[in-house]
Design a binder for this molecule. Sequence first.
Ligand code: DAH
Length: 351
Amino acid sequence: MSDLRTRLEEARAEGLAKIETAGDLASLDEARVRTLGRKAQLSQVRSGLGKVDEDERKEIGKLANDVQQQLEEALRAKRELFEAAELEQRWERERVDVTLPGRVPPLGTIHPLTKTIWEIVDIFIGLGYVMAEGPEVELSLYNFDAINTPADHPARSAQDTFYIEGTDEAVCLRTQTSPMQMRIMERQSPPVYVVVPGRVYRRDELDATHLSSFSQLEGLAVDEGITMGDLKGSLSAFARSVFGNDLEVRLRPHYFPFTEPSAEMDVECFVCRGSGVSCRLCKGEGWIEVLGCGMVHPALFEWVGYDPERYSGFAFGMGIERIAALAHGVSDIRHFYDNDLRFLTQFRGSA
Ligand code: DAH
C-alpha cells in the first residue's frame, strides 16, 4: 500500500508544481482540474481506497485529505495573487488623473448690445432714474402726434415707417423710443426720472451705420425747476462714464419736434483727442456725436396734463449700436447681428 502513499505524494508534488507554474487565471484553472478533478491522481487514489484495509485506509485517507487541503490552499493563494494583480492592472487602466485640467464646457456670453444697454441703464440708475419698457408695435398717435410731430413731418412718410397693414397708418412699428415719454407721463405725475431701452424700426437701407431694426435708449427727467444746466450735467456725466472721464463734452444746437431748445451732444474724439485731421473715427471733426436731447416741449406737457408753468424737463435719445460700436471700436454695426462667434466672443468679460 505504500504505492498509494507514493502516488499521493506524487500528486502533491506534481500538483504544487503545476500550480506554481500557472501563469494566469486560465492556466491556474487548468491546473485545478488536473490536480483536483475527477481524473486527477488524487481522485483516483481516493476511489481505490475501498479496496484497502481498514487500518491503512484511515491513514491513507488522512493523507489524501492532507494533500487535497494543501493543493486547495495553494490554488486559493495563487488565485488571490492573480486577482490582486488583475485589480491592480484595472486600476492602472482606469486611472483618472485628477490633476489634468478639466474640459471647459462652451459657455455663451451676454451679447455686446445687451451689455451696453445694461451699462448705460446702470449709469442712469446711479443718477436716480428708473428703467421702463414699452410696446414695439405702437399707435402712430404716440409715435408722432403726441410728441409734436405734425402730419406733414417727413419722418411720417411711408418711406421711413413700417405701418401695420390694414390700420390705415394708425398703427406702426415704433420708429423711436420717444413715444414712451408720453406713455410714462400719462400714467404718473412728476417727478419723472426714467430711461427706456428698446427696439425701433425704420425703412432704412442697410449699411455700416444703418439697420432696419436697431436699439435706442430714451431718457426723460421732469421735475420743478429743471434747466438746461441739469441736462448738460447729467448727460456729460453719462458720456464721460462711457467714453472717458477726462473728455470734453459739448452741446450743438439741433432740431427735434419734441424738444425746445434741442441739441445734439458730442464728446471729444477719444482717439485723436480733437487733434487729428486724418482721424478715422471722427474724420477730422475732433468730436463724436453721441445723442439727441433737449428741453421737453410744452406741447407734450399739455398733452398729458402736466402744468408747463410749474414743471420743466429734459429728454434724450441715443442709438445703442452706435454707442457700442464707438465704445468698442466696431467699424460696422451689422457685425452685432451676424452671430459670428469670432466677433461675439471678443466681448467675453468686457462691459
Ligand atoms: N427720437 C430721436 C431719434 O430717434 C432721438 C431723440 C432726440 C430723443 C432728442 C429725444 C430727444 O428724447 O430729446 O432720432
